[in-house]
Design a protein around this ligand. Sequence first.
Ligand code: KIV
Length: 269
Amino acid sequence: MSTQKPIRRITVPQIAARKGGAPIISLTSYHAHTAAIVDRYADFILVGDSLGMVMHGMESTVGVPLDLMIMHGRAVVRGTRRALIVVDMPFGSYEESPNMAFRNAARIMKETGCGAVKLEGGKRMAETIRFLTERGIPVMAHIGLTPQSSHVMGGFKTQGRDEDSWPAHEEDARAVAQAGAFSLVLEGMVEPLAARITRQIDIPTIGIGASADCDGQILVLEDMLGLNPTPPKFVKVYGALGEMIEQAVSDYADEVKSRSFPGKDHTYS
Ligand code: KIV
């Protein structure tokens, strides 16, 4: 018998039940130590494929391999006890067919221990979302600015600036909700459209660069901590981690140069 305290995480139905209730708090994390801190405050933690750009210096999320998502997903699950962990399905791992999506989503869930996956796309992904949820894989959907399609969109562009495009976004939102997604990320979308979608569907919306009226909010942790020198315009920077790291590394370099590190407190006798 295990002597460890059982881990009781926030569940998918608990997140779904927050529609119209207390705002859902979420952040990304890719890493056990930061995830352990975020875990004390967030309802869910997203192991986003933004890790390709943030952790691995890629220009977009398109090149992120499935194995990398699994490796970071495992680290975040190990570092946490409370939040629901959601892992992104990377580009090329789900679009081809529902069968392929199931195979890869099942791998993510079995090999990381996460509680749900996220995938990008609206109406065109509805069949796949239904296929996964009917087979035991909870899906968070993601519409609006979908970074995996940045080559088609011509870059990272705010969606819904032209009111004529609103019905298509609303149709995407309704399609993924009807297909069984338990929540929906609205990224980079004009505020009134995100607010309208939030009113129209019965699953929680999670905004990023969208609207305060969404049922919850998510930010990329490194952006809000001040580690990204060029964060997107909508990001509010709550920390100064970049400056702190710069100062600490510069202090360390000065001490090494002057031979004052390591002193007696930092060596073995
Ligand atoms: O990959 C990611 O971090 C995301 C969030 C921006 C929602 O999809």
